[in-house]
Design a protein around this ligand. Structure first.
Ligand SMILES: [Zn+2]
Length: 136
């Protein structure tokens, strides 16, 4: 019964066009604690998937957590103990604020700068929008 239901789910999932926003999936947060420090072990995956500057993303997380952070190779270290959910929540907000096209909701966007003003250029619909924050 369970197997049948699973098969049905798989069949149903194939060939079904998902909306652009759902196509985008963040890698699962991989966190390790050491004393009063939190290491985001797969930090480097995020800027790659998001196609954003790793330094800006780190600055963003550091500012939102209000703690110092540092990159150590592929990892990022944060002072204090943080739960994986804290990272997941912030990364989702980052996607919303710095990736999602306000016009069509596509995450396939590029952050560009003109006269030092950051813009979001959508590769799906071509819309250009102003970026509110400074961590693109
Ligand atoms: Zn768009």
């Amino acid at each position: 019964m369970e197997y049948e239901a699973l098969l049905e789910r798989i069949r149903g999932g194939l060939g079904t066009a998902r909306p652009a926003a759902a196509r985008f999936e963040l890698p699962p947060v991989d966190v390790m604690w050491e004393g009063q420090k939190t290491f985001l072990r797969n930090f480097a995956e995020y800027p790659k998937v998001l196609r954003r500057d790793p330094d800006k993303l780190l600055q963003y997380l550091s500012k939102e957590f209000a703690v110092p952070a540092e990159r150590l190779g592929d990892k990022a270290m944060f002072i204090g103990k943080r739960a994986p959910d804290d990272f997941a929540r912030l990364l989702k907000i980052y996607v919303k604020d710095y990736l999602e096209c306000p016009t069509c909701k596509s995450p396939d966007t590029r952050a560009v700068r003109e006269n030092r003003i950051p813009f979001l250029v959508c590769e799906a619909c071509g819309a250009r929008s102003a970026l509110k924050g400074k961590y693109a």
